[in-house]
Design a protein around this ligand. Structure first.
Ligand code: AP5
Length: 212
C-alpha cells in the first residue's frame, strides 16, 4: 500500500484537488466525509462528532484513527489519498505505525497553501450535494442551474460549519494542531507546497505535475 497525504487549511481545496487524483486511480479517504456519513446515519459516533464539528473543533484522535485502521487493514495493494487526515501529531504517528504494519509507505505530502481571507470567501460560497457529495462554489465553480446538482439534480446545501464564526475557529485550530505536521513531514523530505490560491484548473494542473 502506498499513500499521498493532502495537507492544508479548511477550504484550501483539498476535496477539489482530490477529484483529479481519484480519476488517476487513488482511493480518496476524507475523514470529514466519513464523519458526516456517521452523522447522517445517526450513530453514537456521529452524535458525538456533530457537536464538535459544529463548533469547529476536532473529533478525538482515537475515533478517527480507528476509522482509518478499519479502512486500510487488508488493503495492501491500494493507493490511498488521505484528505484531512492526519490532523494532529498523534494521528500522524499512528498513521506511520499503521502503514509500517502493512509494509506500506507515504510517498508524498501535498501542502495546499492559501491565505485566510481567500478561505473565508471560498467556504462562504461552498454548496454541496447531500446525495452524491459533489462540491460547488456559487461564484468560482457554480452549478449550471440555480442551486441544483449537475450530476443528479438534487438541491444543494451549505455545511453547518461554513458559517464565518466557525470558519475562523477552524482556521485557529488548524494553525495550533495541524500546521506542526509540516515540520514533521519536512524532516522526511516528503512535503511539496502548492499555491492553492490560484484558480481551480491551475491548482489541479500544479498537483498533476507534481504527481507525474
Ligand atoms: P473536513 O470535511 O475535512 O473539512 P476541512 O479540512 O475543514 O476542509 P474542507 O472540506 O472545508 O475544505 P477543502 O480543503 O476540502 O476545500 P474544498 O475542496 O471543499 O472536516 C470537517 C470537520 O470534521 C473538522 O473541522 C473536524 O471537526 C472533523 N474532522 C475531520 N477530519 C478530522 C481528523 N482527522 N481529526 C479530527 N477531526 C476531524 O473547497 C472549498 C470551496 O472552495 C468549494 O466551494 C470549492 O468549489 C472552492 N474552491 C476550491 N478550490 C478553489 C480554487 N482554487 N479557487 C476558487 N474556489 C475554489
Amino acid at each position: 500500500m502506498n499513500a499521498v497525504v493532502l495537507l492544508g487549511p479548511p477550504g484550501a481545496g483539498k476535496g477539489t484537488v482530490a477529484e483529479v487524483l481519484v480519476a488517476r486511480g487513488f482511493r480518496h479517504v476524507s475523514t470529514g466525509d466519513l464523519l458526516r456519513e456517521q452523522i447522517r446515519l445517526g450513530t453514537p459516533l456521529g452524535v458525538e462528532a456533530q457537536a464538535l464539528m459544529d463548533q469547529g473543533q476536532f473529533v478525538p484522535d482515537d475515533t478517527v484513527v480507528g476509522m482509518i485502521r478499519d479502512l486500510i487493514t487488508g488493503e495492501n495493494g491500494s493507493r490511498f489519498l488521505f484528505d484531512g487526515f492526519p490532523r494532529t501529531l498523534v494521528q500522524a504517528e499512528k498513521l506511520d505505525e499503521l502503514i509500517d504494519s502493512i509494509q506500506g509507505t507515504i510517498d508524498s505530502v501535498l501542502l495546499l497553501e492559501c491565505p485566510d481571507e481567500v478561505i473565508v470567501r471560498r467556504l462562504g460560497g461552498r454548496r454541496t450535494c447531500a446525495k452524491c457529495g459533489a462540491v460547488y462554489h456559487m461564484a468560482f465553480n457554480p452549478p449550471s442551474a440555480g442551486e441544483y446538482c449537475d450530476v443528479d439534480g438534487c438541491g444543494l446545501s451549505q455545511r453547518p460549519d461554513d458559517k464565518e464564526e466557525t470558519i475562523r475557529e477552524r482556521l485557529k485550530v488548524y494553525k495550533e494542531q495541524t500546521a506542526p505536521l509540516v515540520e514533521y513531514y519536512e524532516a522526511r523530505n516528503l512535503v511539496h507546497p502548492v499555491d492553492a490560491s490560484m484558480r481551480i484548473e491551475e491548482v489541479r494542473q500544479a498537483v498533476l505535475q507534481l504527481m507525474a
